[in-house]
Design a protein around this ligand. Structure first.
Ligand code: PGA
Ligand code: ZN
Length: 422
């Protein structure tokens, strides 16, 4: 049973405050969690409680920490962590407002994750095993950022993420090594082309260089796949996160790196052109979060491509249901801090899988050295995980955790593409 809940203010990978929390249960076992924070956030996400004022430019989280140490601690004390949903159900009920505006999504998530960790520790299991139950643990296929743009890289290019998916890899260890090899080649090619800034890293560890626009950046990525010794599309494929919310001006999509503004149909045409010319197998947030009709038409247009809703769904069950009804996408990005609790985020993941959709568990651009996300991706059988690049330790913490699980537990490797092909 929960004995003690203590929160404090920690820093995320951008040097901004975030909520950290430790939950201790009777018998002395404890669980700790630090929560992440996005930059290209959607309007429908759980609300972060921030202090305002001068400290940390208004981004302090002392109020959220105070909520945990008082209201939330009092509420969850005595609950049994062996009941995985008990804490989350209570947190959901306690807030009562929409999207945790009252308690703070950052406060609520910290308690939710720390309690789950305490439950797993008390049961003598990894969090992945505790969430999964018996049987081989399915390690997810990684989707790894190589080139960054948009809000994560000073708009060096407009598209937020150009990523690789190592479709042909036989296991997680190999998958990671292949992606690291491609990133290294991309860096080498960018430097050779005179982009000295390729030695620096963007918010998620990718190359944040203005490579001459979006299509040119895609070209460079495909050349990097080839020069790393892989066959594009067979061994290693490309994924794109357009993060179109960030490009939407109210009456068009502004591609600043190319000096063009596109209408909805033109942006879909542009993306369809990228898909036709390059081995792109996955496209995230091709349009902004309120264009349901555009999404449905775009998903039909991009038939055969994994179309992922991130800001569109904001890990919200009613938005996902709307998307399934409309055929607005065929995959969902699951970010637990968009939802607020583990139970809530897992519900969205399960709903999506029941609808036959793919699921990708994702970190945030402001993340931490904490690695619980890796255990969620495995324990929830997500199939895919997106954490950023293979640079920066807040990214590698998750990759390293998956390597640890592969080395220490009974695991299998999930390859949604190979399974789809057979
Ligand atoms: P964010 O970016 O964490 O800044 O929202 C991640 C993403 O868009 O997938
Ligand atoms: Zn996204």
């Amino acid at each position: 049973r929960i004995d003690q809940v203590v929160a404090w203010e920690a820093l995320d990978s951008r040097g901004r405050p975030t909520v950290a929390c430790r939950v201790t249960v009777s018998g002395g076992s404890s669980g700790r969690a630090v929560v992440p924070s996005g930059a290209s956030t959607g309007s429908y996400e759980a609300v972060e409680l921030r202090d305002g004022g001068h400290r940390y430019g208004g981004k302090g989280v002392r109020r959220a920490v105070e909520q945990v140490n008082t209201v939330l601690a009092d509420a969850v004390r005595g609950l049994d962590t062996a009941e995985p949903d008990a804490v989350d159900l209570l947190l959901e009920e306690l807030d009562g407002s929409s999207r945790y505006a009252r308690l703070g999504g950052n406060a609520v998530l910290a308690v939710s994750v720390a309690a789950a960790r305490a439950g797993a520790t008390a049961a003598g299991m990894s969090l992945a095993r505790w969430l999964h139950g018996p049987g081989a643990l399915p390690l997810p296929m990684p989707m790894i950022n190589v080139i960054s743009g948009g809000a994560h890289a000073g708009r060096a290019i407009d598209v937020q993420d150009l990523l690789v998916i190592p479709l042909g890899a036989a296991g997680f260890t190999e998958a990671l090594e292949w992606c690291a090899r491609v990133r290294e080649e991309a860096r080498r090619l960018a430097l050779a082309a005179g982009h000295g800034a390729a030695v620096l890293v963007a918010d998620e560890g990718g190359l944040g260089v203005p490579l001459g626009g979006n299509a040119e950046a895609l070209d460079l990525l495909v050349r990097a796949i080839e020069s790393a010794g892989f066959t594009p599309g067979t061994d290693v494929a490309v994924a794109i996160d357009v993060a179109a919310n960030q490009l939407w001006t109210g009456d068009g999509y502004e591609l600043g790196s190319e000096g063009r503004t596109l209408a909805t149909a033109e942006l879909v045409d542009e993306i369809a052109g990228w898909v036709a010319r390059h081995p792109v197998v996955s496209v995230e947030d091709p349009l902004h979060e309120d264009d349901w009709d555009g999404w449905a038409a775009g998903t039909r247009r991009l038939a055969g491509v994994q179309v992922i809703g991130d800001d569109l769904f904001a890990t919200d069950p009613s938005r996902l249901a709307e998307g399934v009804r409309r055929g607005a996408a065929n995959a969902v990005l699951v970010k637990v801090n968009q939802n607020g609790t583990l139970r809530g985020a897992r519900g969205v993941l399960d709903d999506a899988q029941r609808a036959g959709w793919a699921t990708v568990v994702s970190a945030r651009s402001g993340d931490t050295e904490d690695d619980w996300l890796a255990d969620l991706a495995v324990g929830w059988r997500a199939g895919q995980i997106k954490v950023g690049s293979v640079h920066r330790s807040e990214r590698c913490a998750k990759w390293n955790r998956l390597l640890e699980l592969e080395a220490t537990e009974d695991t299998t490797f999930t390859n949604p593409w190979r399974e789809a092909a057979v």
